[in-house]
Design a protein. Structure first.
Lengths: 140, 140, 140, 140
């Protein structure tokens, strides 16, 4: 997928972007990947019959994070005449969603040895970092 | 729809919320309505054969606004153990998307007499205001 | 919202549609409403601490139905040069999602007296019927 | 992303699925990838100033395909107590959306030498095939 994402950006008729195209492609990929992994983690938590009560907060944050990452990935995929405030605020929302979900998943990975939460925490950390990188380049 | 949204909030097992439930229901409805209207306006603009070139920016902002409002409406619909930073930042992103799209649609309504853009601008203004109301109550 | 949806369809530059515009507007509204209500019902079920184990299937079907209805509402909102196979198959998927979720919610409304499931079942039935109406008019 | 998708399925508390897990992971990845590429292709087409009028149908089908693939990828990501009719009909809708969009993109790649449409057509073909594979295994 990373190759296609970058190629799509490079073959755009107006590839000039607010962002470096390589960093942008990495962030778009991280958003779509995190949307998938969070959807999957919410469902895996829902299937943890005896631990379910302890995973309610995790499921809620997974669902939020899946929605926010999905929308952020779509907004970032558009190069045509973007609005910088929309980009900045949606990236900030994505950082917040990934941080909240990553913290909660990390806790379950550590305390309850939940492997799907461990993978999900890594995915959230990666997406948070990719969004921070783009935000940092906007401020410059 | 407003009645169902409010009833769903009121019949929730833990209806205590960060927000006043009536204001929350209004904002959720405004988000879903704006997601629909922006999707529709992007498509109507796409069908404006002779004016299409002048509506490219409008279509792009419509698509962003539809995605951002849809996600904001879903995040707000969840009362169970929310994260305040996620709520706040996603509401801020929704304000930014509605403002950018509302400004652009308002301009086309005024200068080109586009009726679908006039309705869409009103919908964006309403959603922006409903989000601002919730944000204001969080700061309190 | 019904008024805005219909007005958006009527002010479209090419309002000729595969469907009767009034029936189409009702179905679009039903899809967006059902997407909201199912998102809300999944979260309400997640908050039902002592009954949570019995609501796992309901939550899963709520999440599917919210996604499917949201996408169906967006696809139907576009009048410009539609593909009839896409419309027909997505409407059929929406009928299936609403039926599965409506059946499960109805059972919890009846057996466990869950009020949010009762409202959600009604919303699913209404959306299923609105989709069936459009499908019936395509076959004609 | 493929590795994470498969690992999430394998670490699920109830990994028994209607589908072979490797085929399922490939299809989920194809859906999320196609959702990204179609979002990108709609935007690239929107930026093709002199060819824009000829790309209206392509943009419309790209937007439908992005929505349908995104929802299909989310529904497939859930292993917990699925409904077979929902899976089957949503996969069929995804096949229809990918075929319509793939055909249109392929035509623009061939006749107008549009590189973003060529990549998008390949992505649609891959996703259509992955969905057909899962559908074929359900019928068995």
């Amino acid at each position: 997928m990373p190759q296609n994402t970058l190629q799509m950006l490079q073959t755009h008729p107006n590839p000039a972007s607010v962002f470096d195209l390589n960093a942008l492609a990495r962030c778009i990929d991280a958003c779509f990947e995190c949307a998938q992994v969070c959807t999957s983690c919410a469902d895996a938590c829902l299937g943890e019959r005896e631990h379910l009560m302890h995973l309610v907060h995790c499921i809620r944050l997974n669902l939020d994070c899946a929605d926010v990452c999905g929308t952020t990935g779509r907004v970032l995929s558009r190069l045509t005449q973007p609005d910088q405030n929309v980009l900045r605020t949606q990236l900030q929302a994505c950082v917040a969603a990934c941080r909240a979900c990553g913290d909660e998943c990390e806790r379950h990975a550590r305390e309850m040895n939940m492997e799907h939460c461990r993978i999900c925490a890594e995915s959230c950390r990666g997406c948070e970092q990719a969004c921070q990188n783009l935000l940092g380049s906007m401020a410059a």
